[in-house]
Write a new protein. Structure first.
Length: 79
């Protein structure tokens, strides 16, 4: 995916949430947007693990970063 395609994908995701929002549900929409961000980070961690970490095992501790972002996701979901 090109940077332009990713930008459009993220824009479309947020736009749909915002357009569907009303004043009473802004907290729900904020949570959905935050979860989209965390999911993007987790996808990146998977890509790094599969494509880069293999050759540089000491460069990044993928398991620690993935665990951190999974915990962030849980915290967002509990808001």
């Amino acid at each position: 995916m090109t940077p332009k395609e990713k930008a459009k994908e993220l824009y479309d995701k947020y736009e749909k949430i915002i357009l569907d929002a009303n004043a009473d549900s802004w907290g729900i929409e904020s949570k959905q947007c935050a979860l989209i961000c965390v999911d993007e980070i987790l996808k990146l961690n998977t890509w790094v693990d599969e494509n880069y970490q293999r050759d540089n095992p000491k460069l990044i501790d993928i398991e620690d970063t993935e665990e951190f972002w999974q915990q962030v996701k849980q915290e967002i979901e509990s808001l």
